[in-house]
Design a protein around this ligand. Structure first.
Ligand code: UDX
Length: 448
């Protein structure tokens, strides 16, 4: 089978690479000439473990190619996936101009049946608009060509996207014809051999599933962070509470780690978009509004702990930061808690020295010369007054505490990801503050 993927961003590249990996003939399209030129040379625009190898391997086998010419790519293709960006516009709703432009291109260039599958995260009702835009172009050409639309949201986690695609928990597909169902069933067959299902449903429900899934996950995080903050006040330990509640199979252990708030390209955008969609239907999504509010405050919890520790004044202090990306295994800093924390530290007059295993280049786009960047995690500690952990990269988990102690001006660690054993760190002579496990006494000190 020959397929086309339009939009060679994160989702498009992973999708294209994985389909070609199982032997499907894939053409990836993008309007960015520079990007396509680089991809044809094997230069990948994003960091995702395993992706570069997979792309280069399949290009060599002749199963994966890149072009800017959608008309050419469509020749002989049966299925086209739309995976272009849907940036939020000013009021928070997804901007569909790129998605609909692809639909129009299809209408201009197809000569035979095509199944157009929307993979980009788009508001409920978008597939209907895709269908209409494509039909309008066919009408302009005065031709009758059969086509279908479908919705197939992705559930890829950055840093684990290849694995998520090859061994999905489930594949959600919204369809409105048997032909579309059969095509997608056979396309996804290689990925469902592990027994995980393709769940077919109507298109609107599939579109809704994507937003509901991400909103549910974001809700879990804001819930546990809210409880963590209360744990600090009453003297409880969130790690114990998490284990205690997670053992109930209805709740589960996953995605209940307290921290400094969720970031990334999906949760903040999708929660905001669903609230917006609801409001367009005059429905007030109260739970999700609270989820957003808790997350906004949570991004500053660590900053507040730092400023309170130093008696409300950090002007002239140097703060060492370990980790800037929104989570490990990615250089993505979109909506990362580090953005809010650095902004507040600088506004309070502190100097910031930061290290991240791979996000430094990305960080330079955000912070420019306003902070200094270190090549090594220990280098950040020289002349620093405290250490703050913002991302739980594995290499931060077992630091040489003697060196950390020796280099820091004040032996204090603020751990925004709860990666250390509190007793062990305190026994090594540090003051240690993390999320949701401070004693009631510390919490009172922090509040004052
Ligand atoms: C997410 C969804 O998991 C994925 O299914 C969807 O398609 C896209 O959005 P991603 O944005 O890559 O994927 O990140 P994820 O690993 O889900 O983490 C999101 C954020 O939640 C991170 O900032 C992470 O630090 C935070 N998080 C996650 C917590 O604070 N606690 C947790 O227990 C889990």
């Amino acid at each position: 089978m020959k397929i086309v993927i339009v939009g060679s961003g994160y989702v498009g590249l992973v999708t294209g690479a994985c389909f070609s990996e199982v032997g499907i003939d894939v053409t990836c399209v993008d309007i960015d000439h520079n990007k396509i030129e680089n991809l044809n040379k094997g230069i990948i625009p994003i960091y995702e473990p395993g992706l570069e190898d997979m792309i280069v391997r399949n290009m060599k086998k002749g199963r994966l190619s890149f072009t800017t010419n959608i008309a050419e790519a469509l020749q002989g293709a049966e299925v086209l996936f739309i995976s272009v960006g849907t940036p939020p516009d000013e009021d928070g709703s997804a901007d569909l101009k790129y998605v609909l432009a692809v639909a129009r291109d299809c209408g201009k260039h197809i000569n035979d049946y095509l199944l157009v599958v929307t993979k980009s995260t788009v508001p409920v009702g978008t597939s209907a608009k895709v269908k209409q835009a494509l039909q309008e172009e066919l009408d302009n050409r005065n031709v009758t060509i059969e086509f279908d639309v479908a919705s197939n949201p992705e559930f890829l986690k950055e840093g684990a996207a290849i694995d998520d695609f090859l061994k999905p928990d489930r594949i959600v597909v919204g369809i409105e014809s048997e032909r579309a169902e059969d095509l997608l069933k056979s396309l996804y067959k290689p990925f469902t051999l592990n027994g995980h299902p393709v769940i077919f449903m109507d298109i609107v429900s599939a579109e809704m599933t994507k937003y509901a899934a991400n909103s549910m996950l974001a809700t879990k995080i804001s819930f546990i962070n809210d409880i963590a903050n209360l744990c600090e006040i009453v003297g409880a330990d969130i790690n114990k509470v998490r284990k205690g509640i997670g053992s109930d199979s209805r709740i589960g252990q996953k995605f209940l780690y307290a921290g400094i708030g969720y970031g990334g390209s999906c949760f903040p955008k999708d929660v905001q978009a669903l609230i917006k969609t609801a409001s367009e239907y005059n429905y007030d999504l109260r739970v999700l509004k609270a989820v957003e509010e808790v997350n906004k405050d949570q991004k500053l919890v660590l900053f507040n702990k730092i400023i309170n520790y130093f008696g409300g004044e950090i002007k002239g202090k140097t703060i060492a930061l370990w980790g800037l990306s929104f989570k490990p295994q990615t250089d993505d800093m979109r909506e990362a808690p580090s953005l809010s924390i650095v902004k507040n530290l600088l506004e309070a007059g502190a100097t910031v020295k930061a290290y991240d295993p791979i996000a430094i280049n990305e960080a330079k786009h955000h912070f420019g010369n306003s902070i200094s960047y270190c090549e090594d995690q220990y280098e950040t500690l020289i002349d620093a007054d405290c250490l703050a952990i913002l991302t739980e990269w594995p290499e931060f988990k077992f630091p040489n505490l003697k060196i950390v102690h020796k280099l820091l001006n004040t032996a204090v660690i603020f751990d925004g990801r709860n990666i250390y054993d509190r007793e062990e760190i305190r026994e090594s002579g540090f003051d240690y503050f993390c999320i949701g496990v401070d004693t009631a006494k510390n919490a009172v000190k922090l509040k004052s």
